[in-house]
Design a protein around this ligand. Structure first.
Ligand code: NAD
Length: 500
């Protein structure tokens, strides 16, 4: 056994007697509901069990958040800043352990997870430092009134996260919510529950008061549903599939929940013939095969200008066949296993779909043999067209669909011809074209001559079926806070008189 896997198993063992329960009101609470298995994608074995929260437990977690809200939202922002910076310090101190746990239950590769844990700390630090200015508003004076706006934390919020990079994504939502003065009930994904428990334990060790941050484990259709329907939850920050986003919107509609959705994607990377060929190739490979292709911003469609198509596909095929697939704990591994047999079956089903649709399997297209883990070969579907299912549907695995285009207009048309609109990537050395194409793409984010490089002050989010709302910078606070306008008369205007 590698040292890193031993570290992960010992971190999970330290979380207490199985099955994994919940954490609310500042204490660990044993599970009452039905237990379910948590698998190790790298081996196919069972790591342990976690419990679906009972209805009473969801209510108790929300009650804890509700009771803690008045004091936490009134806590001086400088104090919130201090505590959240301490959370960041402790995440950094335990970054190896967190990364190892992500490799264990999410099957993500060490080479990426060691950085993701540090990014979790950065998320806390970034929003901690902005807590003192979160309530700031605008002055909007008129001749007769001084208007000023201010912001207040919205209340207890639900944060529901997926399994692909569970720790980093959770911190991305939870850190701004806490910095804004909200209290939180988190429901992590059932397939990868362990790093969320590490996070909540770290937060309490850092001095977060009881009830401010709570977590319940469980399935989406039971625990998640109860949470999103609860009348005392004021907003839902959700990251996951588009269809789940629709369900959550329905569930939250009765109680008029504010929602923030980060959903699926089928993101195009457009490679023009004047692009820096080698850099574009590096970016195309990195953006779909890193994180085992289980990445919302992955460039899962590569659109290549027809006159460089064959050369690009030849080089791409070489690179895909050369990717090092294996043990997620091995720092040399580039592609690890898929998270779960159910997800594996979905990803694997696309090889037949590709062939039936008329595409060519240029690389992969089959499970890795001789392993009990959920390993799928890095796959390249070439010679596809935009109408095929492999060009329309989010596969969410190490699977890339390649399509040729003729000119700028054709590239834009094909890029936009999907129901999703999260990110787009443009490779060209023509400055004017880079601007025209960036502006024409129906997406929330565009990177020109770059892979996805996240800068926290910038807005992150999608359009169409890829989401509602933006994360990052002040956009996060706008979601977790209510804006109020106060109009103060200067005493210069006359109030209309009626019935006088
Ligand atoms: P999922 O929608 O199946 O599950 C996400 C979370 O929602 C889980 O915690 C799940 O238990 C919960 N859930 C499921 N049904 C629910 C319901 N009815 N009510 C309340 N909660 C419910 O998504 P997944 O398979 O875990 O994650 C993969 C998806 O996430 C992909 O589509 C990917 O693109 C997306 N994603 C998007 C972003 C982004 O920033 N846009 C980032 C990461 C992942």
């Amino acid at each position: 056994m590698t040292d890193k896997r031993a570290l992960a198993l010992s971190a999970v063992a330290k979380l207490g007697a199985a099955p994994l329960g919940h954490f609310y009101g500042g204490v660990s609470v044993p599970g009452e509901g039905t237990p379910f298995d948590v698998l190790e994608p790298g081996t196919g074995g069972v790591i342990g069990q976690a419990c679906d929260a009972s209805e009473a437990q969801v209510n108790a977690a929300v009650a804890a958040a509700h009771d803690a809200f008045p004091a936490w939202s009134a806590t001086p922002a400088t104090e919130r800043r201090k505590i959240l910076n301490r959370v960041a310090d402790l995440i950094e101190a335990r970054a190896d352990e967190i990364a190892a746990v992500e490799c264990l239950d999410a099957g993500q590769c060490w080479r990426f997870m060691s950085k993701a844990a540090i990014r979790g700390a950065e998320n806390f630090r970034f929003f901690a430092d902005r807590a003192p200015s979160a309530a700031d508003g605008q002055a909007l004076p008129t001749a007769d009134h001084v208007n000023f706006t201010t912001r207040k934390a919205i209340g207890p919020v639900a944060v529901i996260t997926p399994w692909n990079t569970p720790f980093m994504l959770s911190t991305w939502k939870i850190a701004p919510a806490l910095a804004a003065g909200c209290t939180v009930v988190h429901k992590p994904a059932e397939w990868s529950p362990y790093s969320a428990r590490l996070l909540i334990e770290i937060a309490h060790e850092a001095g977060l008061p009881a009830g401010v941050f709570n977590a319940v484990n469980g399935l989406g259709e039971t625990t998640g549903k109860r949470l999103t329907e609860h009348k005392d939850i004021k907003a839902i920050a959700f990251v996951g599939e588009s269809s789940t986003g629709s369900a959550i919107m329905r569930q939250g509609s009765e109680t008029l929940k504010r929602v923030h959705f980060e959903l699926g994607g089928k993101n195009p990377v457009i490679v023009f013939d004047d692009a820096d060929f080698e850099s574009a190739l590096d970016a195309v490979v990195f953006m779909i095969y890193s994180l085992n292709g289980q990445r919302c911003t992955s460039s899962s469609r590569v659109l290549i200008q027809r006159n460089i198509y064959d050369r690009f596909i030849a080089r791409l095929t070489e690179r895909v066949n050369n990717l090092k697939v294996g043990d997620p704990f091995d720092p040399a591994t580039e592609v690890g296993p898929l998270v779960h047999p159910r997800h594996f079956a979905k990803v694997a089903s696309f090889a037949d779909i590709a062939q039936q649709g008329g595409a060519r399997i240029a690389a992969g297209g089959a499970p890795v043999e001789g392993t009990s883990g959920f390993f799928y070969k890095p796959t390249l579907f070439a010679d596809a067209t935009q109408s095929m299912r492999i060009a329309q549907e989010e596969i969410f695995g190490p699977v890339l669909t390649a399509i040729a285009f003729d000119d700028e207009a054709d590239a834009i048309r094909q890029a936009n011809d999907v129901e999703y609109g999260l990110a787009g990537y443009v490779w060209t050395n023509d400055l004017g074209r880079s601007l025209r194409v960036s502006e024409a793409l129906d997406v929330g984010m565009v990177w020109v001559n770059s892979e996805n490089v996240r800068h926290l002050p910038t807005p992150f989010g999608g359009v169409k079926s890829s989401g509602i709302g933006r994360d990052g910078g002040d956009w996060s606070f706008d979601f977790y806070m209510e804006t109020k306008n106060i109009a103060l008369a200067r005493g210069t205007h006359s109030v209309p008189r009626m019935g006088a």
